[in-house]
Design a protein around this ligand. Sequence first.
Ligand SMILES: [Zn+2]
Length: 71
Amino acid sequence: MTEHKRVKAGEKVGPGRYVCVDCGKTYEMTDAEQDLRHCPACSCEMYDCLPITHIRSDIKTPEDAVNPPKR
Ligand SMILES: [Zn+2]
């Protein structure tokens, strides 16, 4: 099951990875809560949110975060 939340620019978001739905750029948030900004690359305001808890050193792409590679 791949399930991630979709969030919009302007919302207060917690730590995690935010992937622009339009151009695929990934932004990492590490602070507790901050306003999500429009994508600097394409001005898109919708992001897919990936939980930061799944981030490992061998995960480089949002797809890996959703389906972590087997070691
Ligand atoms: Zn973008």
